[in-house]
Design a protein around this ligand. Structure first.
Ligand SMILES: Nc1nc2c(c(=O)[nH]1)N[C@H]1C(S)=C(S)[C@@H](COP(=O)(O)O)O[C@H]1N2
Ligand SMILES: [Mo]
Length: 223
């Protein structure tokens, strides 16, 4: 009988769901939390902001390298959204501030064939999102949470917010966007997570066995 950690984990994360008192607002299989869990692979990056840069490359007419100040010249927006982690916690009404993806895109010259984006982040974290999804009004490169600059553990100085997909798509410590013609898996997507990750459709896994050690998967810290 196969009973690897990954198998058990898969069973654990596909338990029948409870009643949902929040209606459609709480996606299937999620549990509401008031706290703000911290989840990531590896260590929290430290930055010298004078050396920090943000690179736009791939299917673009012109590669670009932005300084943090240059990005901060773009229009600022606010966003209130619910977030949903694949490890089953959801948090309602999180408040972010930053630059909308759309407002950054307006400064770029993307090739017509670009259809997907690989979001590149420290330390060596990537996640893929269809370009169309990033055009929504609620996609943000966030600098602030709850009226304060992001804490290092939550992604300072810059993180992506993609509210409608599981939160692993909302990369912390982002350093670049690679426009691509075709889709490619990022870090978790290469480790068995779903290529798209729609929380409302419970797209947690791709169907491949997970090869992530359980202690890493369940490791949690809170602010
Ligand atoms: N760079 C980077 N970003 C990341 C991750 C990571 O490991 N590295 N983990 C993702 C996952 S799985 C989640 S649930 C959220 C957690 O964000 P939080 O720690 O602010 O709650 O960050 C996402 N962004
Ligand atoms: Mo996550």
């Amino acid at each position: 009988m196969v009973n690897t950690k990954a198998e058990r984990l898969k069973q654990m994360t596909s338990l029948p769901q409870n009643d949902h008192p929040y209606g459609d607002r709480l996606p299937p299989g999620q549990v509401l939390t008031e706290r703000f869990p911290i989840l990531h692979e590896g260590s929290v990056p430290e930055y010298n902001m004078t050396a920090w840069s943000f690179r736009v490359f791939g299917e673009v007419e012109e590669e670009k390298l932005f300084t943090f100040d240059e990005l901060m010249q773009l229009p600022k927006s606010k966003l209130v959204c619910d977030i949903h982690c694949v490890t089953r916690w959801s948090k309602f009404d999180t408040e972010w501030e930053g630059v909308r993806f759309k407002d950054l895109l307006a400064k770029l010259r993307i090739k017509p064939g670009a259809a997907h984006v690989m979001v590149h982040a420290d330390h060596d974290y990537q996640t893929n999102v269809p370009l169309e999804d990033l055009l929504r009004d609620d996609i943000m490169l966030a600098t602030h949470y709850n009226g304060k600059p992001l804490t290092p553990k939550h992604g300072w100085p810059l993180r992506l917010i993609v509210p409608h997909l599981y939160f692993w798509k909302s990369a912390k410590w982002i350093r670049g966007l690679e426009f691509m013609a075709g889709d490619k898996p990022g870090f978790w997507e290469s480790n068995g997570f779903h290529m798209y990750g729609d929380a409302s459709k419970e797209q947690r896994f791709s169907g491949e066995p997970l090869d992530i050690p359980e202690d890493e998967w369940v490791k949690k810290e809170f602010d």
